[in-house]
Design a protein around this ligand. Sequence first.
Ligand code: SAH
Length: 245
Amino acid sequence: MSNLVYVVGLGPGNARFLTAQAQAALQAADVLCGYTVYIDLVRPLYPDKEVYTTGMTKEIDRCRWALETAQSGKTVALVCSGDAGVYGMASPLLELAQSYPAVTVEIVPGLTAALSGGAVLGAPLAHDFCVISLSDRLTPWAVIEKRLACAAAGDFSIALYNPSSRGRADYLQKAVRILLANGKDPQTVCGIVRSIGRAGETARLLPLAELENTPVDMFTTVFIGNAATRVLGGKMVTPRGYRGV
Ligand code: SAH
């Protein structure tokens, strides 16, 4: 009996972003479990594996299913995009696993969108940075506002996850206004990357003032530089220090 759940970060896109550790976990699993879109990314590599897919917002159901299935003696790989610990399934799974003492959980890290998207743009996160999600599905908007204000006041480079979705099309605009009101310069170099590592990947650089009126969707990660960030040869480059600012 294996009684094991791997929580596997797949990276941003297709198989070339899988770590060797992730590939080994997927290979070792009896069953792959996750949101349909992510299962579809890895299914071609493991066509014979049993799969269990659910809709995007069914995280808790998925965790319970994974734990129940592991308890029955199988090895389960619960998959997430990017890193499993960054707005992913690792923490809900570990919380629920308290009720399944016979099950062992192993977290397998993956390449998170801040890093894969950062590489597309250049080196936007080369100094201190924050990662902030604009999703208020599980976090009160007041908390998000406070973190944006503090990140701006500290002149951190920022990677914004979940910058938009149906029902909150203007959240990026609201976020940019908070950053401007708390000390970010309107000319701060910013970048947006959509569908990192997937078909149709796009990226562009723009000043913060323009970002305020730029529509983005949920497949996008937004990067905001610090006061020293520059555009060099078409790349977004945050220096290692603040000399010259
Ligand atoms: N666990 C994931 C993040 C899940 S939250 C990770 O570590 O990357 C979902 C948000 O992540 C999206 O709204 C988007 O902002 C970002 N994201 C994840 N994958 C992405 C991709 N391939 N391209 C662009 N943004 C992505």
